[in-house]
Unconditional design. Structure first.
Length: 252
């Protein structure tokens, strides 16, 4: 069983994970004739993080690529002068939280919160050396980093909408492009995001978000379910235009 960590990373021997076995999209970057061997060769230590704040490590080996998320959800919050922006991260995302921004001149504060229990692997020096044998993996990992930056721009465009109900409606459909599943009654977004988390994501107050969600429900656009959020009808045209270059090819 993987090591469970509430805050930071406790010393110990985490489970060794066959990364390409867990991440099918990454495995499919390798040609079929070499894929089985790549699955066997590409291993990395796995860590499980419980819900709550995460005190990320301040340093890791210089030759580590970073963390790759296999499962779960986490929030990254960046604040300045009492105001903040929030990013939602999930499976297939790459992060390097220990790398400082040496060009930053503003007094930023960064925090991480685990929303759903997270499984991550540290793509360390051993994994990095395997990229020489399987260079296709480097291209796929770089592609994911680019996707993450593009999704952030879409998030920025969404929170600039004047009405909070519009922000929420657009955000749900933006997330549906990555996590949504089509059903007979609509598109289910299997993310259990509280009103407080949604308020952070759309830069609004929680009571305002609760009121906006009630309005979306009355209009037959969004409905809360035991699984998450059910999206009804068609996505706003604005979301389709914003997300056009950010189609996520990751397998679920």
């Amino acid at each position: 069983m993987a090591e469970v960590v509430k805050v930071g990373i406790r010393p110990g021997s985490p489970r060794i994970c066959h990364v390409l076995h867990e991440d099918i999209d990454l495995a499919e970057a390798v040609p079929l004739e070499r894929r089985e061997q790549a699955i066997e060769d590409c291993t990395a230590p796995e860590i499980t993080l419980a819900t709550g704040p995460w005190n990320e490590p301040s340093s890791l080996p210089a030759n580590a690529i970073g963390y790759l998320m296999l499962q779960g959800l986490m929030l990254r919050r960046v604040s300045i002068d009492g105001r903040f922006a929030v990013e939602l991260l999930g499976e297939c995302d790459l992060l390097r939280p220990w790398v400082p921004d040496e060009t930053q001149t503003l007094p930023l504060r960064t925090g991480w919160t685990i929303v759903d229990p997270v499984r991550i692997v540290l793509l360390d020096g051993r994994f990095t050396r395997q990229l020489g044998r399987y260079p296709e993996l480097a291209g796929r990992l770089f592609e994911r980093a680019v996707r993450r930056s593009r999704r952030l721009v879409v998030n920025m465009a969404i929170i600039h909408q004047a009405r909070v109900d519009d922000r929420l409606h657009m955000l749900f459909w933006h997330f549906a492009g990555r996590w949504g599943r089509v059903r007979a009654d609509g598109v289910i977004l299997p993310l259990r995001l509280t009103h407080t988390v949604l308020a952070d994501l759309v830069a609004a107050r929680r009571p305002t978000v609760t009121s906006a969600l009630s309005d979306l429900s009355r209009r037959g656009l969004v409905r809360a379910t035991d699984e998450g959020w059910l999206l009804l009808g068609q996505p706003p045209m604005e979301v389709q235009l914003l997300a056009a270059p950010v189609k996520d090819a990751a397998h679920r």
